[in-house]
Design a protein around this ligand. Structure first.
Ligand SMILES: NC(=O)c1ccc[n+]([C@@H]2O[C@H](COP(=O)([O-])OP(=O)(O)OC[C@H]3O[C@@H](n4cnc5c(N)ncnc54)[C@H](OP(=O)(O)O)[C@@H]3O)[C@@H](O)[C@H]2O)c1
Length: 264
């Protein structure tokens, strides 16, 4: 399988390239790369990857073409990929807009945890995509984590808001927790370690059993201790509503972008 990545030195494209090579899923000579700033002498420890001279060259040399440029760079790319499987990572570029390239289109929504092979990447297939293509997409996305096929394009906008945000909300939570402690006079390093204990280590308790989260919240509330006092205060201050509002705003932004009314 020859994999082409347009945007191979960006955040996500680079993560995909690194994982495909690191896991031995693609030989360096079967990894075809393109970016804006030009070839690198070393790509994740490999000098023998293939740098395409332009996107037409990349399409010809690839069985599957991954598009990982920013949404605002899509129109200028003028991708022409008739007969190719094209997997777009772009938020807010619809199947209809992508169809102009002439390929068999899949929209996937990975996140920044691709960097550590822990992205959850839901995806949806356009009309011409075959069962063989579906197997290729599942294989490709397994390089950066787990995946599910969705049946409805609107759900891609929802996934842009939720898993697509990656570490953004854990980071926001960490900043708020550390700021509270620092505001109370706790030393910086200790404040950050305490925030890490909540966001990273506490979060690990739910790894593989996230559907137990409501029961875990209920257990803290039943305990009726200090954490219950905190949860009650957070909810009274609009914690759940603010998360819903954030997810709705991000979903709406993705839908607006896909409708072509917003470039950013
Ligand atoms: N980052 C995330 O967490 C995340 C999550 C979900 C979805 N996405 C989506 O994934 C896509 C990529 O995001 P990113 O964060 O990886 O972006 P990024 O870090 O800005 O990388 C963009 C890449 O596109 C390349 N590029 C731009 N114009 C090009 C052109 N005309 N021809 C070839 N290459 C071109 C850039 O090349 P240079 O390196 O040479 O500048 C760079 O490698 C975006 O559409 C975004 O919506 C990202």
């Amino acid at each position: 399988m020859r994999v082409g990545i347009i945007g191979a030195t960006g955040w996500l494209g680079s993560a995909l390239g690194a994982q495909l090579l690191g896991r031995g899923m693609v030989r360096p000579s079967d990894l075809v790369l393109a970016n804006r700033s030009g070839p690198r002498a070393d790509y994740h420890g490999h000098a023998d990857v293939v740098w395409a001279s332009d996107t037409d060259d990349l399409v010809v040399a690839s069985d599957v073409v991954v598009v990982s440029v920013r949404p605002q760079d899509w129109p200028a790319l003028r991708l022409h990929a008739p007969g190719r499987l094209v997997v777009s990572f772009m938020a807010g570029v619809s199947l209809d807009q992508l169809a102009a390239c002439g390929g068999r289109i899949v929209r996937a929504m990975p996140n920044a945890a691709a960097e550590i092979g822990r992205s959850y990447s839901p995806w949806m297939a356009g009309p011409a995509v075959t069962d063989q293509d579906r197997a290729t997409v599942a294989w490709l996305l397994s390089a950066i984590g787990t995946e599910d096929e969705l049946a409805d394009e609107r759900q891609i906008a929802l996934m842009t808001a939720v898993p697509g945000s990656g570490a953004a909300y854990p980071a926001l939570m960490a900043v708020a927790l550390a700021d509270f402690l620092r505001g109370e006079g706790v030393a910086d390093a200790i404040a950050w370690r305490a925030a890490e204990a909540v966001v990273c280590d506490g979060g690990q308790l739910l790894q593989g059993r996230i559907a137990d989260a409501p029961a875990l919240v209920a257990a803290y509330l039943d305990y009726a201790g200090t954490t219950a006092a905190g949860i009650d205060a957070a909810r009274a201050a609009g914690f759940d509503a603010s998360i819903r509002r954030a997810m709705q705003a991000a979903t709406d932004a993705a839908i607006r972008m896909a409708a072509g009314s917003d470039e950013g």
